[in-house]
Design a protein around this ligand. Structure first.
Ligand code: SAH
Ligand code: SF4
Length: 382
């Protein structure tokens, strides 16, 4: 009989499983705390569980975590991990330490079907959705590698100072195109028995899958980032093809719904990649200010990160600053994202992993692929 994998179950699923074993809900909570909070994958080491429960878990279940195949460290402290996934695929995760926080940038799909013209992940097409276990394992490995999980195991609580203070779904893939697997991962991040993160410190970044923005809003409360990249439909159609299905007016309505009823401080973060001579003129900055001026918005300007085969160039620094200043002058808070991890290809849009058997979806199919990940045949050697 194959053992049941408990890794990747959120609280509801874990409790349901424990109920099926005639075990009390708080036992499920304890096991969650061991696995996620303390990074322990061995039931025998879960010392606050009764001996007979530990023995039962060893017999019936396992904590099966995908394999880590590489870790790289940049000169600036940025780290990148490569995870091996079924089907000969690999995905990448990046940790960006800063003075007052540590941000983990995680992947949600092997590749991406949405084909944004300036994105190297998009250029690879989609292989498959990642499972919740695969998504959350990125946090598990990063925590373990940074060494915090082991300190916690020595007795401090979930509130202990953490190296990972923020998690952003800005790695490979479009998280809202994999909603059913991403949602339990978000729940584990927020759960006190999971990673206990505050909802403002978990950010889902989307290229604008409008129906799933509403579903996210209904299901869970996390920060939202939207990859806008252009102030007009004509230009956005070209850069972010999903715009042809969900144009800017619909996207803005969805953004407004997302923060409706939330405290005044709440805002949507709009990402805007700075492409030389494409979307970076003063007129475009003013159009963007008009679009966002009356909204609870912040703008993050991302200097384009080149990759092999692209014709785009990064806007010169001066033009980026001028663009930012126009936004600020019109009352729209705008910042420029610092490029990190250049030397290990860990900057935004440079994550490629290894995507096998890729496919590109027709626009009509996009946003409805919510079935669980389907592992292809196992291939050795990534
Ligand atoms: N699919 C999601 C999240 C992953 S991409 C989304 O599109 O929002 C995270 C951010 O990096 C997005 O804003 C994306 O547009 C941006 N990005 C993609 N390729 C880039 C590149 N080559 N240089 C700079 N930013 C890029
Ligand atoms: Fe996919 Fe985001 Fe890249 Fe667009 S920018 S192709 S949505 S990962």
């Amino acid at each position: 009989m194959s053992k049941l994998n408990l890794f990747g179950l959120d609280r509801a699923a874990m409790r349901e499983q424990f109920a099926a074993w005639d075990e009390k809900p708080f036992r499920a909570d304890q096991v969650m705390q061991w696995i996620y909070g303390r990074g322990v994958d061995d039931f025998a080491a879960m010392t606050n569980l009764a001996k007979n429960l530990r023995a039962k878990l060893v017999e019936l279940a396992e904590v099966r975590i995908p394999e880590l195949i590489a870790e790289q460290c940049s000169e600036d402290g940025t780290r990148k991990w490569v995870l091996r996934l079924a089907g000969g695929n690999a995905v990448e995760t990046v940790y960006i330490p800063e003075k007052d926080r540590g941000t983990l940038c995680i992947s949600s799909q092997v590749g991406c079907a949405l084909d944004c013209s300036f994105c190297s992940t998009g250029k690879q097409g989609l292989n498959r959705n990642m499972t919740t276990a695969e998504i959350i394992s990125q946090v598990w490995f990063a925590n373990r590698s940074i060494g915090v999980a082991s300190q916690e195991a020595k007795g401090s609580t979930n509130k202990a100072k953490r190296a990972i203070t923020n998690v952003v779904f800005m790695g490979m893939g479009e998280p809202l195109a994999n909603f059913n697997e991403v949602l339990p991962a978000i729940r584990i991040l927020l759960d006190d028995y999971g990673y206990g993160m505050s909802k403002r410190r978990v950010t889902v970044s989307t290229s604008g899958l409008v129906p799933f923005m509403d579903r996210l809003h209904e299901a869970v409360d996390v920060a939202l980032a939207v990859s806008l990249h252009a102030p007009t439909d004509a230009l956005r159609d070209e850069l972010v093809p999903i715009n042809r299905k969900y144009p800017i007016a619909d996207l803005m309505d969805a953004c407004d719904r997302y923060i409706h009823g939330k405290p005044n401080r709440a805002h949507v973060l709009y990402e805007y990649v700075m492409l030389d001579g494409v979307n970076d003129s003063p007129a475009e900055a003013r159009a963007l200010a008009r679009l966002l001026g009356q909204r609870q918005a912040k703008v993050n300007l991302i200097p384009f990160n080149p990759f092999p085969g692209t014709d785009y160039k990064r806007s010169p620094a001066q033009r980026i600053v001028a663009f930012r200043d126009i936004l600020n002058k019109h009352g729209v808070i705008a910042t420029v994202r610092r490029t990190r991890g250049d030397d290990i290809d860990a900057a935004c849009g440079q994550l490629v992993g290894r995507v096998q058997n890729r496919q590109r979806q027709r626009l009509g199919d996009i946003a409805v692929r919510t079935e669980s990940a389907r592992p292809a045949s196992l291939r050795p050697g990534v």
